[in-house]
Design a protein around this ligand. Structure first.
Ligand code: ADP
Ligand code: MG
Length: 322
């Protein structure tokens, strides 16, 4: 018996010595939000290299998709909006091209050419006042997706009063690219949350990653367990302001030019984080029937929380809650 026990014990000790450790980092300087990286790996040095690579990639993509600031010689979303035509970095071309596809997929509800309307809402949110109705309508005349023309790496905005806004899609795309970079570097078990746009790879030593989904009224609504998937929520409680007790949030229905009112939140689980981010914003503006058809089309799962608190889910969503 003793003979058996000793090799068994040493094997166990060896195994526990090899168990990966949990490391984490937070970045507050990308995508105007709170970004968190959690990694299981063997040493702190390994983690530091992982975190430095992730942070550098997120910063690089943040600068490319930033619509508020320009950065020296870099052509980014802000410089494209002011110059109206530019040879753009591959990532900017790719995200704009995918934005044009999402316009078609969502029946125009996700519109990256909505910049002129969104910037008015943005300014009003900062001031705590409502936009002028006629100003909103005037700006809506300059949001045609067809006026974004892509020719190789050259992107042109044919309407000088239009602008692109990548806020609905940039974080998910950046999370996807960063995860791909870390996977290539050999990291297998990590979770990255870019302002709640979560992407996971592998798992924790104790099992799948557990991602909490907020109740729009506070607290936790549910938890999903994933290993490799992305989980992204769009909600009316994330960025908003109030006028006369009415809440005005940051996702604008292009058909009404006002905050979309059907849902409190929509959560998407999907293989691809860029897709999950785009889909969650699109579903937030779509009715349940159209939303279900779209989620099915791209093989994603979704959960909708309605204004009255009632909850709808795609069939496969609940499998992730077990
Ligand atoms: P969050 O940025 O809070 O994660 P979303 O991914 O849903 O939420 O994106 C919201 C952002 O997308 C807004 O802040 C705005 O920049 C932009 N946006 C709002 N409405 C639309 C829309 N209908 N189509 C495209 N972009 C939008
Ligand atoms: Mg989104």
């Amino acid at each position: 018996m003793k003979r058996l026990l000793i090799p068994l014990l040493s094997a166990l000790i060896l195994l526990s010595g090899c168990a990966p450790k949990r490391f984490g980092a937070v970045y507050t300087d990308v995508f105007d939000t709170f970004t968190e990286l959690t990694v299981y790996c063997d040493t702190e040095d390994e983690f530091n290299a992982c975190s430095a690579a992730a942070h550098a990639e997120l910063l690089r993509l943040h600068e490319i998709f930033d619509i508020y600031n320009t950065y020296g010689g870099l052509t980014n979303a802000a410089s494209l909006n002011s110059d109206l035509s530019a040879d753009c970095p591959d990532e900017l071309v790719e995200l704009i091209a995918s934005g044009k596809q999402w316009y078609e997929l969502s029946g125009g509800k996700l519109n990256i050419a909505l910049g002129s309307v969104l910037s008015l809402w943005h300014d009003c949110r900062e001031k705590g006042v409502l936009p002028d109705e006629s100003e909103l309508k005037a700006r809506a005349e300059h949001c045609a997706i067809a006026d974004i023309v892509i020719d190789g790496n050259n992107v042109s905005l044919s309407d000088p009063l239009m602008s692109v806004d990548l806020g609905a899609v940039a974080k998910g795309y950046a999370a996807q690219k960063t995860a791909e970079l870390l996977t290539e570097a050999g990291f297998e078990n990590f979770a990255l949350s870019v302002g709640g746009n979560v992407i996971t790879r592998g798992k924790k030593p104790s099992g799948r990653w557990e991602i909490g989904i907020e109740d729009p009224d506070g607290g936790l609504l549910t938890t999903v367990k994933v290993s490799g998937e992305s989980v992204v929520t769009s909600g009316d409680y994330q960025r908003f302001f109030e006028v006369d007790g009415v809440r005005y949030h940051h996702i604008i229905d292009p058909d009404t030019l006002y905050p979309a009112g059907l849902w409190r939140s929509v959560t998407v689980i999907s293989e691809n984080s860029a897709e999950a981010d785009a889909l969650s914003t699109a579903l937030f503006c779509l009715d349940e029937q159209s939303g279900r058809a779209l989620a099915e089309k791209i093989s994603a799962e979704a959960m909708w929380v309605a204004a009255d608190g009632s909850i709808a889910k795609t069939e496969g969503f609940s499998d992730y809650e077990k």
